[in-house]
Design a protein around this ligand. Structure first.
Ligand SMILES: [Zn+2]
Ligand SMILES: [Zn+2]
Length: 343
């Protein structure tokens, strides 16, 4: 029985988020899938959207939330891969499938992306409507709070596929928020050593160590280049910027021929880079965006328990506390925060 009205956290612009009764979405198109949300986690993007002025622009009137797991409760007439009762995680970046990028099998770079929880209604709600091609089946055996990691994990897995980290390669990670911590675990799983994490927040440095970092450093009070030189002499093989402004620190930290992977996104940051250091040290600087085809891999990692994710969850709160949850994350007092729609 699908209710006609549902509770949802609606972004109203300028840092305002209200819990409202709104119409429950209904299946209209043949490819529509209606999902009853079990769990939806707070993302750094939500924190940026809610900042004043915003660090990431979302459409006022939109229900936020894009990291969700839920159960299929209705499907359109053309849906073939899913049926009512299936459990799904969703790629929030619905792609058109026909533009020049989609035809190059780069749906993460689609020219017509519709981003859930930013420009289309998202998962801080009892129900959300998605299209079949972005809904990925996941086992009922995966606890909801673990399944909700699928989206951030898929982004980190796609990003990781862009750097060939091998056993005993050294890696420096800038930023130990939820994504940085996923990178630490993924790099650990690849056998990287040492893994160095640069993070100003003490709580997050502690989590980085629990995730398998060999060393953590506070970049505000310690000398990162000297530390990297002491541990690796020539510099790290790979640096991963999860902050969105650390390109120059990354270029300086890698050895000749090393690579800097840019994951974090900060539209306001305009870092100054000495380009010649990239040129004559043969440094590779690589961007990465969204998840591309990594969702099935993320689902497999979650179903098989390859990473240890449960301890990253510091808070589980009801929908009514979504704004407070975003605030906790903004203050760096939480790591992964789940909004539990059953509460
Ligand atoms: Zn996210
Ligand atoms: Zn497209």
């Amino acid at each position: 029985m699908i209710k006609k009205k549902m509770r949802a956290a609606v972004f109203e612009g300028n840092g305002v988020l209200n819990i409202k009764e709104v119409d429950t979405p209904v299946v209209e198109k043949g490819t529509d899938v209606l999902v009853k949300v079990e769990m939806c986690s707070i993302c750094g993007t939500d924190v940026h959207i809610m900042a004043v002025p915003p660090g990431y622009i979302a459409e006022p009137g939109t229900i936020l939330g894009h990291e969700l797991v839920g159960k299929v409760v209705a499907v359109g007439s053309e849906v073939k891969s899913l049926r009512v009762g299936d459990r799904v995680v969703t790629n929030p970046n619905d792609y058109c499938g026909v533009c020049a990028y989609c035809q190059k099998n780069l749906p993460n770079l689609c020219e017509n992306i519709i981003p859930m929880g930013i420009g289309a209604n998202g998962g801080f709600a009892e129900y959300v409507k998605v299209s079949e091609k972005v809904a990925h089946k996941i086992s009922h055996d995966v606890p909801p709070e673990i399944a909700a990691f699928a989206e951030p994990l898929a982004c980190a897995v796609h990003a990781s596929s862009r750097i060939p980290v091998n056993p005993a390669d050294s890696v420096l990670v800038f930023g130990a928020g939820p994504i940085g911590l996923l990178f630490v675990q993924l790099m650990k799983a690849r056998g990287a050593n040492p893994i160095i994490v640069s993070e100003p927040t003490p709580l997050r440095r502690e989590f980085a160590l629990k995730c398998g970092a060999d060393y953590v450093i506070d970049p505000l009070h310690e000398d990162l280049p000297a530390f990297v030189a002491a541990k690796t002499r020539i510099g790290v093989d790979f640096a991963i910027d999860v902050v969105g402004s650390q390109i120059w620190e990354g270029v300086k930290a890698v050895r000749k021929g090393g690579s800097v992977l840019l994951f974090g996104f900060n539209a306001k940051a305009k870092p100054v880079v000495e380009q010649h250091q990239i040129t004559n040290r043969e440094v590779s600087v690589i961007g990465t965006w969204l998840a591309n085809d990594a969702f099935p891999k993320a689902v497999k990692i979650l179903e098989n328990g390859i990473l240890d994710l449960r301890f990253l969850i510091t808070h589980t709160l009801p929908l009514e506390k979504t704004k407070e949850a975003i605030e906790i994350l903004r203050k760096g007092e939480g790591v992964k925060i789940m909004i539990d729609l059953s509460l």
